[in-house]
Design a protein around this ligand. Structure first.
Ligand code: ZN
Length: 286
């Protein structure tokens, strides 16, 4: 069971091997093409995925341009300093409670989108991104995985000068520039992931491995985060949680992103995304 969903030019598709299958046409209209609506029909998508052998593929993934599998989340949360090694390299104490901030949903882009940088202080952070399916309020940790429709790869791109331009730092502004939330390439339902609590995740910049960790190192694990946030705000279908990044970010190595760099972000069992960095105009100073 389970499914692997992509967003092909705005239309939900299921992925099997090298091929994709348009969800609306393959399901004869039973599942809508809007990826946000399709997310409410996880059972139907899993049933359809199981029947793909009998269907004709719409096209090859390699020939398609993929958009964000969750293109319009209502809310998008990030978790700061959620790996001990990353807290240490940032010269910060590991948090006693989850450090939650907002990535404006408008920063979300697809797995091949350009990252548009407005300073020379932009950084990468590969993260496991959790996508809420059946949301709700006051979700118990034991129930959290039942509320997750899928997992995807994310980059929590961060403009460090903006992040630290105020005291205390404003994580939200520094991490919410347009294009600062690439996600993809697919949304993979948890059933298709062998062990979601122990997934290897990495960042390469051009050919150099900069980050290489596993989600088993999370200080606050996925159930704890879902439960904690749901006691504050009602979670809804398509809400995203960027769960934190392992060590190896650029600012701690003096290796911030430069025009033309290619960021390759990979999580085992989920996929790989590739985003190019483009240095555009500076931002305004107040
Ligand atoms: Zn982050």
């Amino acid at each position: 069971m389970g499914f692997r969903m992509a967003n092909v030019a705005g239309r939900a598709a299921l992925v099997d091997g090298d091929n994709y299958y348009d969800i609306e046409s393959t399901s004869a209209g039973a599942i809508p093409s809007d990826p946000m609506e399709a997310l409410t029909m996880a059972t139907e998508m899993a049933d359809l995925q199981a029947m793909l052998n009998d269907r004709e593929a719409t096209g090859r993934v390699a020939d398609a341009t993929l958009d964000a599998p969750v293109p319009r989340p209502r809310n998008c949360f990030g978790i700061g300093l959620n790996y001990a090694d990353h807290a240490a390299e940032s010269a910060m104490e590991p948090p006693k409670n989850p450090l939650v901030f907002t990535k404006f949903p408008s920063c979300i882009v697809g797995p091949t989108a350009d990252v548009e940088m407005r300073s020379d202080g932009v950084d990468y952070e590969v993260e496991l991104v959790v996508v809420i399916g059946v949301g709700g309020k006051d979700i118990a940790k034991e129930d959290a995985w039942n509320r997750i429709v899928g997992l995807t790869v994310g980059q929590d791109i961060s403009d460090r000068p903006m992040q630290f331009s105020a005291t205390p730092p404003h994580f939200d502004l520094g991490k919410s520039f347009d294009t600062f939330g690439p996600i993809g390439p697919y949304l993979v339902s948890p059933e298709l992931v062998a062990d979601p609590s122990n997934l290897r995740l990495s960042t390469k910049i051009n050919d150099e491995v900069r980050q290489d960790g596993t989600t088993s190192q999370l200080i606050f694990d996925v159930p704890a985060l879902v439960s904690y946030i749901s006691h504050i705000t009602t979670l809804t279908t398509g809400d995203l949680i960027f769960t934190g990044t392992p060590d190896g970010v650029g600012v701690s190595q003096g290796k911030l992103l430069q025009h033309g760099d290619v960021i390759t972000s990979e999580i085992e069992d989920i996929g790989t995304m590739t985003n190019r960095c483009v240095r555009i105009s500076d931002y305004a100073t107040p």
